[in-house]
Design a protein around this ligand. Sequence first.
Ligand code: SF4
Length: 285
Amino acid sequence: VALPITRRRFNARLLRWHPGARRSLLIRTAANPWEVLVAEVMSQQTGIERVGPMWRRFVDRWPTPADLAVAGTHELLAAWAGLGYNRRALALREAARVIVADHTGRVPGTVESLEALPGIGPYTARAVAAAGFGVPVAPLDVNMRRVVSRVFGVAASDRGLQATTDALVSRTEPGRWFDAVMDLAAETCLPRAPRCETCPLAALCLSRGGVASVEPRGRAVPFPSTTRWLRGRLIARVTAVPQGGWVSLPERMGMHDGIAIDAAVHDLEREGFIERRDREVRVRH
Ligand code: SF4
């Protein structure tokens, strides 16, 4: 991924910050891939804190896929009560049956084989592969999407975000990395009012302090008018050419004039993302 922030810098900050900020969630006591899988399916549409006690009771009662595969529908739905979306419970039992039939009762460890299980989508498959098997893949949900898109100054709907995020995941501790980004999203990089002043990624983040805020009357600030937009476009310009190539600075970019462009370039230069010579800039090596 041709982006100026390296995995090493991102992860050093994130993982150094995390021990002091780690949320102690019951589901993080999952002891094996089956327990991780059940926790992920339960949290698909239910708040992670509410899931904890129900998840514990569930995996104590059905500690392996083989146990759940033969569970009765009634007792299964009773155990699921309060979580909602009951079809997830039946799909989980179906997944347990496939695990028994096709994988000798053990949760498979690749994204492809997990995704082939009933009720397991791309996000859950990646979460289980990362947290249960140490596979360096990134489960991209709305929270992770928010953090990564802000750090790189791109839209949260950006189609390249999965590839960018996969390139970022810690190769040695994908499970801990996943927890750390989720904790950052839950406590610091909040949807409406991110706490950039206490964020470990602030030094790298192209949106730091500039996330479109909400005006008093409730109207969102138009994105192209923000510094974040301008910084994102500048980064897109310099990464669109092969490494080492210079690109010229335009007179205007969207709603921003030369003075605003100069100020944004100056900030990006000072933060170590780009270098400048006269009216040209490039990614700094
Ligand atoms: S600096 Fe702010 S916008 Fe950027 S990741 Fe941190 S909290 Fe989110």
